[in-house]
Each structure stands twice: as C-alpha cells, then as structure tokens.
Design a binder for this molecule. Structure first.
Ligand SMILES: *Cc1c(COP(=O)(O)O)cnc(C)c1O
Length: 362
C-alpha cells in the first residue's frame, strides 16, 4: 500500500504503527482467546484497559489533581447539548464565545435547553479574526463560559485560555486536544470527539473538574444524560465503545513514545510554519483565510483567486497523492488539517506541491 498524504479534517490520519498494532490485536487481545470486541465490558480486562487509558491521558496532559476523565458516545455535537443540560439550571445564563460554526452550533443547543447569550463574537469579521477575550467580569448568574479553542472549519485558534474567575470555563477542544500545553487549571470542563487528534471516531473524551459533577445531579436530567452517572460508574454505566477506546489508547501510547505534548506542540509548529510560509511568500496567490494573529496550528485555510482554480488545485493534489484538501463548503478554498499523526514530511511535500502549482498556474 502507498499511504496517501492524509489531510482529512476528521476522521483523520492515524499513525501506521497504531493501525498495525490494532490489526495484530484485532482477533485476539492478550492471550484471552477472544478479541476485545467480543469481551464483556464488565470484565477485568476491559476495566483495566479503560483505567490505563484514563491514566495515560492524565499523564500526557500533565493534568492537575481533581479532574475526572470520562469516555462517552455521541461525538462532540452531543456535548453541545450535554453541557447546558447539566449546568444551565433555572436562573442561570450560559455565555458563549462565538468564533466559528461549531461554536454557533453549541450556542444553538444551549438556547434549546435554557438561557444563553453571547459573550464575544467574531461574526462581524466573518470568523477570520478571533474576538478579544480580556476583561471578562463574571456575574453571579453566569453558569459557565463556553469556548471553542480551535475552529476547525475556519482555521483559527485561541493562543491562550481566558481567565473566567469563579465561573467554570468549558472548552470544545475537539480539534486541538493533545496538541499543546495549556493552563488546565483555568478549565472546568473540556471535551473532544476523538476523531481528530486522539484516535478513531466513536468516543468522546470529557475531562471535568470533580466539584462540577455535583452540579449535574438534578433529578430532572435523565440518568444517561448526567455527567455524574459517567463519573460514578467509571464510564461503564452502559456499554462504551470498547474497541474505539482501545485504538485511542494505542494512539496515546504512540504520542508518549514520540515525546508527548512537548513534541506534539513542536511538530504542529513545524507543520503549520511550512504551509503559512508558502502562503505568505506567494504574493497573494494563496490568500490565508485567518488573520495572522488568529491562525490555527491544526487547520490551515486559504483561498485562491476563484473557486474554479481552487477546484483545479484539489483535483491535481489528489492526483499527486494528497487527500482531503478541499475547504469546508461554508468557507470555500482549501484547508489542510494537520493533526498530531500527520508526518511533518507530508507538509514538506504539500509546500513543494503548492509552490509548483503556483509556478504552473500563476
Ligand atoms: C469536528 C468538530 C465537532 C463535531 O464533532 P462530532 O464528533 O462529529 O460531533 C465539534 N467541534 C469541533 C471544534 C470540531 O472540530
């Protein structure tokens, strides 16, 4: 097999080492006489595997004490509803930072459940520039502040987390979890669908500060929609996606072997610099979508003179072995998603291709 240069936005590239290990373990796990997929989720083997995955994630993130890791289903979109269901109690307001289309979806779900308003918005800048977050003065009736740390579709990313004082900060980190170090103590809860940086689709990681679990015990929330249910049952209240969690564990082990968060952060800088350099040196041929200070290290977005040329770029890139470079339909142009598992060499190849394409079609 010739592996493509996989720039898919999610589900996304996984390391070949991880796939090969998963294949090896597919028919028999350990020497148990069966695969993980056939095993009871109540078995010691599965319980241990999930416990080890949780510990590994805590270790990689260097998470302070007092946080729980939950493994849930339904993807990040389900968390858009889970968050207000658990925390948006009567008399309280959820405040949303709008920075792109996923943050808007989260905000819409909150409005279905309770009262939510906009703390800051980048819509007037057409999502090309992130809203400023300094000077936040929380009021007593604010239940939480919701932030999308990396805007996957638009290609923008917050460099730092805002300080929200006593108000819990809740972050959708689906497309940049495990790519950099941040001050986790600023966060009350973070969530990520696994299919970008963490592993295959099918599991959502939720990291929540323990004191917030008390807030989510309202009797009117169905049992299965309470964070507290997942926490008190070690994510085994009902059947979790066992095999997916295992492949994520392999991905976490790979991340550790390669040098952990420090190395992932370094690689993300190298990968994104390669592409932004070509964009910036192209004399406007490639026009970066995000303004410089808002640029993402995970999704690099740019436009071309017109959409016909962008389509030609996608078409020729596919012939040259690149996959997934078409921009999201809401933004147009091109997008290179450059998650943890993407080799730096893939970005070197893409940078070369971009320069060559410009020479041929400038
Ligand atoms: C991909 C993505 C989502 C949607 O994730 P699903 O798991 O498909 O629901 C939400 N937020 C962000 C930031 C994403 O990148």
């Amino acid at each position: 097999m010739t592996r493509k240069h996989n720039f898919n936005p999610g589900p996304a590239v996984l390391p070949l080492e991880v796939l090969e290990q998963a294949r090896q373990d597919l028919t028999e796990y350990g020497s148990k006489g069966m695969s993980l997929m056939e095993m009871s989720h109540r078995s010691k083997t599965v319980e241990r595997m999930m416990g080890e995955t949780e510990e590994l994630l805590k270790e990689l993130l260097d998470l302070p004490d007092g946080y729980r890791v939950l493994f849930m289903g339904g993807g990040a979109s389900t968390q858009f509803a889970f968050v207000p269901m658990n925390f948006l109690t009567a008399g309280k307001v959820g405040q949303y930072v709008l920075s792109g289309s996923f943050s808007e979806k989260a905000f819409q779900e909150a409005q279905v459940i309770g009262v939510a308003n906009v703390l800051a918005s980048g819509i007037a800048d057409k999502w090309q520039k992130l809203p400023e977050l300094f000077g936040f003065n929380p009021e007593a009736h604010v239940a939480y502040v919701h932030l999308t740390t990396n805007n996957t579709i638009e290609g923008t990313q917050f460099r730092n987390l805002p300080n929200t004082g006593d108000v819990p900060l809740i972050a959708d980190m689906t497309s940049d979890m495990l790519s950099r170090r941040l001050d986790w103590t600023k966060l009350g809860l973070m969530y990520a669908g696994a299919q970008k940086n963490l592993g295959p689709a099918g599991v959502t990681v939720v990291i929540v500060r323990e004191d917030l679990l008390k807030a989510s015990t309202d009797a009117r929330i169905p049992t299965i929609f309470k964070y507290a249910t997942f926490a008190s049952n070690d994510s085994l209240y009902n059947t979790p996606p066992v095999h997916t969690i295992y492949v994520m564990k392999l991905m976490l082990e790979w991340t550790k072997r390669k040098g952990g968060l420090v190395e992932m952060e370094q690689r993300s800088l190298e990968r994104s610099d390669l592409l932004y350099d070509v964009i910036d040196r192209s004399g406007g041929y490639y026009e970066g979508f995000a303004e410089r200070a808002s640029r993402s290290r995970m999704n690099v977005t740019w436009r071309m003179r017109d959409e016909a040329l962008a389509r030609q770029f996608v078409c020729e890139s596919e012939q040259a072995g690149f996959e997934g470079l078409a921009g999201h339909r809401s933004v147009g142009g091109l997008r290179a998603s450059i998650y943890n598992a993407l080799p730096v060499a893939a970005c070197e190849a893409l940078a070369d291709f971009m320069q060559d394409f410009q020479r041929r079609n400038g």
